[in-house]
Design a protein around this ligand. Sequence first.
Ligand SMILES: Nc1ncnc2c1ncn2[C@@H]1O[C@H](COP(=O)(O)OP(=O)(O)O)[C@@H](O)[C@H]1O
Ligand SMILES: [Mg+2]
Length: 150
Amino acid sequence: MKTFEWRSSSAEETDAFAERLGSLLKAGDVLTLEGDLGAGKTTFTKGLAKGLEVKRTVNSPTFTIMKEYQGRLPLYHMDVYRVEDEFEDLGFDEYFNGDGVCVVEWAHLIADQLPEERLELSINYVGEQARRFELKPKGERYELLCEEIF
Ligand SMILES: Nc1ncnc2c1ncn2[C@@H]1O[C@H](COP(=O)(O)OP(=O)(O)O)[C@@H](O)[C@H]1O
Ligand SMILES: [Mg+2]
């Protein structure tokens, strides 16, 4: 499947891009986020939340594995950085097939538990303010979504 690339030159640009993407999301959508610490996964998720009309402040859920926010649709923000056993059933299935949008930071750590259809994003640090985004749609829904944004 096609890979889409996008370059950001500031946190504000990432925020605006994510907000636009968020405004296009539907119930059951799953996005995975990869990137080193400080790449911008949480910054991106905050923008996405705006696009979902979430009013509360989105923080990194590193110590809770999942945080839920109410918006136009529920946003389920997962961060599996601290999951030690990749096969431990985290009960995410009902969220992946659920009524809201799921964003999973460090998703490769639970690769076997992810739904087949998803939008994979990886954020690469280029410079202090510069980031390279790579979007890999898995499934037709996400391919169409990428074509809509780019
Ligand atoms: N183009 C950019 N996109 C996203 N974040 C950026 C960008 N340029 C600078 N930053 C900064 O980098 C940091 C990213 O942190 P964060 O989003 O918490 O990363 P992660 O969740 O991947 O660890 C923030 O301080 C943000 O302001
Ligand atoms: Mg983070």
